[in-house]
Design a protein around this ligand. Structure first.
Ligand SMILES: [Zn+2]
Length: 439
């Protein structure tokens, strides 16, 4: 496609030299090279894919101009459409000639050799727009199934009559939540005379719900109606001249926000004492937030947990060599942990005391006397200590030939992590570390 050799080398270098590893308890274990494909979420991939697809488009254009297949004319003697691309979905338009289908598949196979992008025949469909003889024979010959109109393209029914209301139902269902009212209260829906009405048409001018059923409801149906009212609320929304729209009831402006949902969940499920600020410290890597989250709720796979899950292993704490390994031991009670916690917290007027568990530590970890920047540092400390301890424990446990860090090295590492993460807030702590925490 006219790119320079240097460019090819760059791209090849970017993809072929990367190696991958499996994370076990947050630590990388072993490495392997990628043989094919790209990493999920690779930021360069969409651009490369576009370049590739551009080549594909040109290639198809050339074959179409050679008359290997004809698309359809949108207007007489005007624009001819041979194919439509959307991301990795492609539709080809062919005349009802087997020869064209053969040409198309040959073209695709040649492209396969050039670009390495295979046609997935199990996801390919031949769709006849009008009567096509021996459609099933084509299915066998080209190894892909046949389908009829309308079919789903980008989750939209293609080839359906847009004026038909039924085709819009699945699309609307997708927007209405998990189960539609029609499905949840199907007995009532069947009886309603105003099935396709708007919500406004179900509200009287006096502002109450209005249902026009075909007959008097049975006892069971009346119960169902009561359940419906309970679900949609006994009072209908206030009528205005605006068209029907969806509103988020937890927000005064009717707009969805995660904050309102979270507040509601806390209110309903009583998790208001979750140590949110302890875990979700901003400015630190999300994987460290996640580790803290697991630690607070005792979800780390320390040996006591593994034994609890029925796997029989016994060995002492790899940091101190003395006690049985448990999560709270490694992170709080171990003498190595104690050294790090003590070294990192201000030591003039402070003494590090053991707390029973990470959860109780999380609940107790606040300090209102500090300055704003001091609080930032204060909140980062547990993240740094827990990260350093857990990483060292994993490296010692899983990595062959790992050089154990000394307690002093671990203390320094925890401190430098605090400094690095605090720097993301623009807080510089270079000279007097403890001074910054207290001031
Ligand atoms: Zn220990």
């Amino acid at each position: 496609m006219g790119f320079s050799t240097k460019w090819y080398k760059w791209i090849r270098f970017g993809y072929s030299t990367a190696s991958f590893s499996v994370l076990i308890n947050g630590s990388a274990f072993g490495f392997f090279k990628s043989k094919r494909g790209v990493r999920q979420g690779c930021p360069m991939f969409p651009l490369l894919f576009n370049i590739d697809m551009e080549g594909f488009s040109r290639y198809l254009d050339r074959d179409a101009s050679l008359g290997l297949f004809n698309g359809f004319s949108v207007v007489n003697d005007g624009l001819v459409v041979n194919y439509l691309h959307y991301a990795d979905d492609t539709i080809f338009f062919l005349d009802n000639k087997k020869e064209e289908l053969t040409n198309l598949f040959s073209t695709l196979h040649v492209f396969e050799f050039i670009a390495g992008l295979n046609v997935n025949t199990s996801k390919t469909r031949i769709i006849a727009i009008e009567e096509v003889s021996e459609l099933n024979a084509l299915e066998d010959e080209f190894g892909c199934k046949t389908d009829t109109l309308p079919f789903l393209y980008l989750r939209m029914p293609l080839g359906a009559k847009p004026s038909s209301t039924t085709i819009w139902n699945p699309i609307l269902e997708r927007w209405r939540g998990e189960t539609s009212l029609m499905n949840s209260f199907n007995d009532l829906y069947k009886l309603d005379r105003l099935r396709n009405a708007t919500i406004a048409e179900h509200i009287t001018v006096e502002g109450s719900w209005k249902f026009d059923f075909k007959r008097i409801l049975t006892y069971g149906e009346a119960n169902s109606l009561a359940a419906l009212f309970h679900f949609i609320g006994y009072d209908p929304p206030a009528m205005d001249t605006l068209p029907d729209t969806r509103r988020w009831p937890l927000h005064s402006g009717g707009i969805f926000s995660v904050k309102t949902l979270y507040a509601k969940m806390i209110y309903d499920d009583g998790i208001d004492n979750s140590p949110y600020n302890f875990v979700w410290v901003s400015g630190i890597p999300p994987k460290v937030n996640f580790l803290l989250w697991c630690a607070v709720y005792g979800k780390l796979n320390s040996q006591d947990m593994i034994q609890y899950k029925g796997i029989d292993i016994h060995s002492s704490c790899i940091l101190c060599g003395d006690c049985n390994e448990s999560q709270d031991h490694i992170l709080i009670h171990c003498k190595v942990a104690h050294k790090i916690w003590s070294s990192i917290t201000p030591n003039e007027q402070w003494a590090w005391v053991f707390l029973e568990s990470m959860l109780s530590l999380a609940s107790a970890w606040f300090n209102n006397k500090l300055s704003t920047s001091g609080k930032v540092v204060w909140n980062i400390i547990p993240a740094a200590v827990v990260w350093v301890l857990w990483k060292e424990r994993n490296c010692r446990t899983f990595e062959e030939n790992y050089n154990y860090k000394t307690d002093e090295e671990l203390c320094i590492e925890a401190k430098s992590l605090v400094l690095t993460w605090a720097a993301s807030f623009g807080i510089t702590i270079y000279v007097n570390y403890f001074y910054s925490i207290r001031n």
